[in-house]
Design a protein around this ligand. Structure first.
Ligand SMILES: Cc1ncc(COP(=O)(O)O)c(C=O)c1O
Length: 448
């Protein structure tokens, strides 16, 4: 006798046939089967799922395009790559090959930059917390160190006294540019604190201010913020030059340039709203060039891009491990990658593209990560075609912050491969349990 099938509540679900959507974007029914010439399913066969894949050519192109946009508008320009965005050694090294300097915000990152053979004078050292030993080392190396707060200034004055010489420093400033303003870092201009900081640094011969630094925020897609920041820099420089006789060697406009990922709060997709590198450069360079100097003596202009360089070159390849029908009637799918590898899902509405042919019927779907946690939702609602367990999805443009902020939580972190010139390189092997637990110790007293 055949067994009776379990009852499941009937639901009516809207399907739409995948033609161009209202934004003119290609529908999710067009599969993304290959990355830089390699079949995605073969990459998974060889390196497992999930898997981060870096397109090296895309990374190099991003750097070249950004560099060109600023170099053609300002006579003395240099990119210092923001390590925190993705400090895989291969990523930093490729960018150094292209000519980038390093921007670091901790001793850990500083060590990576030195290991990659950056001379000290090509490292920008930022951040609110730098230890005494780290500062001493960085000063000896000739790094560009930007002071964040008065306590740090005091520490540097002590170090200068100890070293018996005057130390060149930069001052991080902040301005009321965005809402809410970024006041956590540096000294505020409008309140007079930034001027007071330069005045104090210059008051005796221990410190000498040669740099100004600001980083007004991240994913700034309104270029007028940069124009106001650049104008504010010029005004501030003019004031400290005239009143305190400061001459800058460099000024640093920080990072913040948006990548082509769409924010949850955005109506239009990012590829239609995100400024180009030329627009960013045009919103900064002409303002700075109106500063108190001749073009031939222009201070070095530094920028510290992160996400705009490294988001685009990386994809996350992931597999469907289950699908389910929710009580609301909505389809749910569970992937083998979750927020542990995708911290930026908090901000971005990522695209999910199937790596194999799929039907034309798009269905509203909630995409869950594989963590056994209710918050692990990668997308509350997206239209994707029918999928089955084992199907592969590609999430493009995931290179910024997701890897450096990934967590080892209940699963081991996956392999990372880089593709260039028809060759695949493993740039990080998948973690093993022994590695994760190597520093643990169970005292005899605790043994079962
Ligand atoms: C000081 C500094 N510079 C540069 C960056 C890079 O920013 P983004 O990734 O938005 O370009 C950051 C990131 O927050 C930062 O704190």
């Amino acid at each position: 006798m055949s067994e009776k099938k379990p009852y499941s509540k009937p639901t009516i679900v809207r399907h739409s046939v995948g033609v161009l959507n209202k934004f003119g974007r290609p529908p999710a029914t067009i599969p993304l089967k290959r990355i830089d010439g390699f079949n995605v399913d073969e990459l998974v066969d060889q390196y497992g799922s999930p898997l981060f894949v870096l397109s090296v050519q895309t990374l190099r192109d991003q750097y070249k395009n950004l560099n060109r946009a600023f170099k053609t508008r300002y006579p003395n320009f240099q990119i210092a790559y923001s390590y925190k965005t993705n400090y895989l050694k291969s990523v930093c090294s490729i960018l150094h090959q292209e000519g980038a300097w390093a921007e670091v915000v901790s001793g850990f990152e500083y060590d990576i930059a030195r290991d990659l053979e950056n001379p000290g004078n090509q490292i920008v050292f930022n951040g609110p917390y730098k230890t005494r030993d780290e500062l001493i080392r960085a000063f000896k190396d000739g790094a560009m160190i930007n002071i964040d707060n008065f306590d740090e200034m005091q520490l540097m004055e002590d170090i200068a006294e100890e070293m018996g010489k005057s130390l060149e420093v930069g001052i991080r400033i902040n301005m009321d540019l965005n809402d809410p303003p970024w006041h956590k870092f540096g000294f505020n201009v409008e309140s007079g604190q930034a001027f007071a900081a330069v005045k104090r640094a210059e008051a005796d011969s221990k410190l000498k201010v040669v740099g100004l630094h600001m980083h007004a925020g991240t994913y700034i897609d309104d270029v007028s913020i940069y124009s106001r920041a650049a104008q504010g820099m010029v005004n501030f420089y003019t004031a400290i030059k005239e009143q305190l006789n400061v001459t800058l060697k460099y000024w640093d406009m920080g990072g913040g340039y948006a990548s082509h990922n769409t924010l949850h709060t955005a109506y239009l997709p990012a590829e239609q709203t995100c400024p180009t590198y030329d627009q960013y450069a045009e919103s900064i360079c002409p303002f700075l060039l109106s500063g108190p100097f001749q073009a031939a003596d222009a201070p070095l202009l530094l920028i510290e891009p992160g996400r705009s360089l490294v988001d685009e070159p990386f994809s996350l390849v992931t597999s469907v491990v289950a699908q389910k029908r929710l009580p609301s009637g909505q389809r749910g799918i569970v992937l083998d990658a979750g927020m542990n590898l995708m911290s930026s899902v908090q901000w971005y509405r990522y695209n999910f593209q199937l790596a194999q042919d799929a039907g034309q019927m798009l269905e509203d779907t909630v995409v869950y990560g594989g963590l056994c946690m209710n918050i692990d939702v990668l997308q509350q609602s997206t239209s994707i075609p029918p999928v089955r367990r084992g199907d592969i999805l590609v999430i493009p443009q995931v290179g910024a912050y997701n890897i450096s902020q990934s967590w080892q939580f209940i699963y081991l972190r996956p392999s990372i491969v880089a593709i260039e010139n028809g060759k695949i390189h493993v740039i990080k092997k998948a973690e093993e349990r022994e590695y994760v637990q190597q520093f643990e110790h169970v005292p005899d007293e605790f043994k079962a």
